[in-house]
Design a protein around this ligand. Structure first.
Ligand SMILES: Nc1nc2c(ncn2[C@@H]2O[C@H](COP(=O)(O)OP(=O)(O)O)[C@@H](O)[C@H]2O)c(=O)[nH]1
Ligand SMILES: [Mg+2]
Length: 77
């Protein structure tokens, strides 16, 4: 992907998410900073009322994916 496409991609993603009424949050931080814990807790609170999903976006994610699954949301790597 060239840099021009990379600049346009966030806008395109935002448009698609808005169109489908998807609220998205990007959680970033150092290993051990509490990302997985925070996501699991958020999903536990939200899943009764909303459909939830997690996109785990790095190589460490395979370790976390089952955790997100256990909290009852869909996931993708
Ligand atoms: N004291 C404290 N520990 C936390 C908190 N959130 C997560 N932890 C602990 O910190 C460790 C790493 O959390 P984890 O969610 O796996 O971090 P991740 O690597 O960013 O996903 C785990 O042992 C958690 O139980 C918090 O708010 N306070
Ligand atoms: Mg984690």
């Amino acid at each position: 992907m060239c840099s021009r496409q990379m600049i346009k991609l966030p806008k395109k993603n935002r448009k698609t998410l808005d169109k489908h009424r998807v609220f998205s949050v990007n959680v970033m931080g150092a290993i051990g900073s509490g990302k997985t814990t925070l996501i699991e807790e958020a999903v536990r609170h939200l899943k009764e009322k909303y459909r939830t999903a997690v996109i785990a976006g790095d190589v460490i994610a395979e370790m976390d994916a089952p955790d997100s699954g256990n909290s009852g949301c869909r996931q993708s790597l």
